[in-house]
Design a protein around this ligand. Structure first.
Ligand SMILES: [Zn+2]
Ligand SMILES: [Zn+2]
Length: 354
């Protein structure tokens, strides 16, 4: 069933942002497709900027060929549903992850759905737009009705929070532990909020940039360490009653950050390499330290449906306060400005509201 007789009028003047080449985007008129079997068309209420989008805007992307619509963190209102869709109807508020696994391949059968080929190959792109088609595989596994008390901006954090949840499921932080987060960007601070909600005893954020470090403190970091200062080394060493952090979560996506995380962790501690580095980057690990200091190195990538569900529950619960990560708002027509603002470090995440 669909309401195609009435839709042309409703969709008149629909726009979509297209990244034509690095640094060059256009807001184009587009005709939203009618959803096919299992698909849902939403009117985008909010799309969030993401570090991946910024990187793609600056220098293109190894997988996504340009020109491409982009934006993958979103929430919206169902405009039209395709045949066979259950659980969603026009007018419902919807939140979803931009990816979903196939459920039957080698990796999916082993519970490693984050490694399913379909996950990255069929990722939803094009949330910087008035309308977005959410494909059947996402609707079937990783889409939810947005609770009324949850704002659209916070709901759009489902994808980054699912990445964070997956990392925490892998590293299993305990409430008595001391955790150091390397990198004070949106992911670093999202980790911090999730760790706080787990009741983790001591959370330190090490980063650079006065504004970001101020936000880290305002959002509740127990210690904020400016890595450009001479006393940074001592401040990290003093954590955990002088033993150093039990767990270090690397969120810079730079190999320097990976090395720093490795250097900072206490004997017997764990490192989560969360931020993916540019291709061709190599990590040097001192085997002596690795073995005799009994380090555990973890590198969780992306997320599985169970992480998305857990992230949804955390958002729906309302106590996480993750919405504070979104600290700027712009219209779709101002998307170019969003990226220059992020480059200048003037926002953690920006909500793009069509
Ligand atoms: Zn993202
Ligand atoms: Zn699969």
């Amino acid at each position: 069933m669909n309401s195609s007789e009435t839709t042309p009028l409703a969709f008149a003047g629909a726009r979509q942002a297209v990244l034509v080449s690095p640094g060059h985007l256009e807001i184009r008129d587009f005709e939203p497709p009618h959803p096919g079997r299992g698909e849902v068309l939403i009117r985008v209420a909010c799309a969030l900027s993401c570090g991946t989008d910024l990187k793609t805007y600056r220098r293109g992307h190894p997988v996504w060929k340009l020109p491409t619509p982009f934006g993958h963190e979103f929430a919206g209102v169902v405009a039209e549903v395709g045949e066979g869709v259950r659980g969603f109807k026009p007018g419902d508020a919807l939140m979803a992850a931009p990816t979903a696994p196939c459920g039957i391949c080698f990796y999916c059968q082993r519970g490693q759905e984050n490694l399913c080929a379909q996950t990255m190959e069929r990722m939803v792109m094009g949330a910087y737009a008035d309308y977005l088609l959410v494909p059947a595989h996402v609707i079937a596994r990783n889409a939810f009705l947005k609770p009324a008390h949850l704002g659209f901006e916070e709901a759009a954090l489902l994808e980054p929070l699912a990445c964070v949840v997956h990392a925490h499921e892998t590293a299993r932080p305990e409430s008595f532990e001391s955790v150091l987060i390397v990198g004070a960007g949106p992911f670093g601070l999202l980790h911090m909020l999730a760790l706080k909600s787990h009741g983790v005893r001591e959370i330190a954020v090490a980063g650079r940039g006065a504004q970001r470090l101020r936000w880290a403190g305002e959002l509740g970091a127990d210690r904020v360490i400016d890595v450009t200062r001479d006393d940074a080394e001592g401040a990290v060493a003093a954590l955990n009653a002088g033993f150093g952090p039990d767990l270090v979560i690397e969120c810079t996506g730079q190999v320097e950050g990976w090395h720093e995380a490795l250097r900072r962790v206490r004997r017997g501690g764990r490192v989560v390499f969360f931020g993916g580095c540019p291709a061709g980057t190599t990590l040097n690990v001192d085997t002596r330290r690795m073995h005799y200091d009994n380090l555990t190195l973890l590198a969780p990538f992306h997320f599985r449906p169970r992480d998305v569900k857990r992230a949804f529950d955390m958002l729906a619960d309302g106590r996480l306060g993750a919405g504070a990560i979104v600290n700027a708002r712009r219209r779709l027509g101002e998307l170019g400005e969003v990226f220059s603002m992020l480059e200048r470090g003037e926002a953690l995440k920006c909500a793009v509201i069509p």
